[in-house]
Ligand binder design. Structure first.
Ligand SMILES: [Zn+2]
Length: 499
């Protein structure tokens, strides 16, 4: 039974991947020509200081290479360049910009070869506070901010049609405001959620849990409860009790949900959640679709029981999830192919570390779908590769916020619906209100806020409810800011000068 399921999982997953563009490639040939349309390129930028100087990078991690790429800014083609077809290797290209005017720019690119072209997702670059723009009127009036995020807000698009020189500077709503919500927790540059599917891989999950603890990296395990024999529950409980991995659902019977009736989908999604919560005592708030298969009907039912659901790979059209996911019930993820071959190129340590570098550059949410280790399960990775990868993640700790899928989902949804305002401000203290429109019984994850304070303030206490912490002011340019955590709808926040 378990064997049959394993084999079925393997076959269907292979078919899924093959039918979605990750075609098998022959290795060992340096300059094989493309045999079909290009793979999907991803764009990233490095405009972290929001000035007008930055580079847009195009990365194709796998798939057929292009022979040229064309970059669009605000839907207008602005750059084109030839490339060398180096299939099946990865392909990269860059375009740098200098002295861009204040505004919000969207970028996408086309990767082109003789078979056709493939378009990337859209990324957004915000330029603000540069010298060549009119000085914004400064005001001490507190401005509710809430949904103003410094980078990568995909819903913002420019209507400019004639290229960069005439782009109308976008109003900078953060100017004059005192508090903003950081895009990611602790003001880190990206979020990272490693995930592990399938109950029968409990042995592998125990091995990787040791690595998560060793390197302080968090993530999520997805279990199908039909495979959860009595002996497996206490082992799962021990993993969850360590606090590095949380639990999500992977249905009861591991079916392709798109082939099931509404009643059957209801059964699979509601029971897996109920059983996981009863057996472990932990909340089960997210899920992953077996074989990455889902459609709108499946997503609608998932939304009744879960705050988000993970798909995988090219099914969602891209691999890296953005700061503001288009669809929380079709979250994008990289698939760690531990073996490779017929399923696509093997995910080497260098590739996996490269995905993380890309996520940092792009300020994105990186979710990775893993299965077993050391020969166990579908596309298993050597444990040694995972060890080295998580060691690399630890070296990027200043930039990477690793968390479970439920926690990152909560952070994003709270950030998106947060309203922040200054209630009062004096020489000694600032009082801030933080609210959102979400159910407080579920959405109680702390957001990281950034409040501008007077340049004479060096250290402060931050109090919300009966929790007080001491913070030092961060100097950024000529201004000072306090970074701190607060929970929406848990009472006003008081920042008191200590010095
Ligand atoms: Zn599975």
């Amino acid at each position: 039974m378990a064997h049959l399921k394993k084999i079925l999982c393997l076959m269907v997953a292979a078919l899924v991947i093959m039918s979605t563009g990750m075609l098998p490639v022959k290795t060992g040939q340096a300059y094989a020509a493309a045999s079909g349309v290009p793979g999907t390129p991803s764009l990233s930028h490095n405009n972290w200081d929001n000035d007008g100087n930055y580079t847009i990078a195009m990365n194709l991690w796998w798939g057929n290479n292009g022979t040229s790429w064309k970059l669009y800014e605000n839907d207008q083609p602005i750059y084109e360049s030839n490339l060398t077809d180096n299939t099946p290797n990865q392909q990269t290209a860059e375009k740098s910009f200098n002295g861009k005017s204040e505004g919000i720019y969207t970028y996408k690119c086309e990767l082109v070869n003789s078979y056709g072209k493939t378009v990337s997702s859209v990324i957004t670059v915000t330029v603000q506070g540069v010298a060549n723009t009119p000085t914004p009127v400064t005001t001490s009036t507190p401005t509710p901010t809430g949904t103003n995020f410094p980078t990568d807000t995909p819903t913002q698009t420019s209507t400019s049609t004639t290229g960069p020189a005439t782009i109308t500077p976008t109003p900078t709503p953060t100017t004059g405001s005192l508090t903003t919500v950081c895009t990611w927790k602790d003001n880190k540059k990206c979020a990272y959620t490693p995930t592990y599917d399938d109950t029968f891989l409990i042995g592998s999950q125990e091995k990787v849990e040791v690595l998560h603890k060793k390197y302080g990296v968090k993530g999520t395990i997805f279990w199908n409860t039909g495979d959860a024999y009595d002996s497996r529950w206490p082992r799962l409980k021990m993993i969850l009790d360590e606090g590095y991995l949380d639990i999500g659902a992977h249905t009861v019977n591991h079916p392709d949900l798109t082939q099931k009736t509404e009643q059957e989908i209801e059964y699979e999604l509601s029971n897996s959640k109920r059983i996981l919560e009863e057996k472990t005592g932990f909340k089960c708030e997210t899920m992953a679709y077996p074989y990455f298969e889902h459609n709108s009907k499946v997503q609608q039912i998932a939304a009744k029981y879960y705050i988000s659901a993970r798909g995988g790979g090219m099914k969602e059209g891209a691999l890296l999830e953005s700061t503001n996911p288009e669809n929380f019930y079709a979250l994008k993820s990289y698939i760690n192919l531990g073996v490779g071959g017929n399923n696509g190129p093997q995910s080497t340590l260098e590739m996996m570390n490269g995905w993380l570098d890309d996520a940092i550059r792009q300020g994105a949410w990186m979710i990775v779908t893993n299965h077993g280790v050391d020969g166990e399960g579908w596309e298993p990775s050597p444990l040694d590769k995972m060890d080295k990868h998580y060691a690399y993640v630890q070296t990027k700790n200043a930039d990477v916020w690793s968390e479970g899928m439920a926690e990152v989902t909560k952070y994003i949804k709270e950030r998106q619906s947060a309203a922040v305002s200054t209630v009062s401000a004096s020489d000694e203290q600032t009082v801030i209100s933080l609210s959102d429109t979400l159910d407080n019984a579920v959405f109680d994850y702390p957001l990281t806020l950034k409040t501008k304070v007077d340049s004479s303030w060096n250290s402060v206490t931050v109090t919300q409810g009966n929790i007080t912490s001491t913070k030092l002011a961060a100097v950024e340019g000529t201004e000072k800011f306090i970074y701190y955590d607060a929970i929406p709808d848990k009472g006003q926040i008081t920042i008191h000068k200590v010095n």
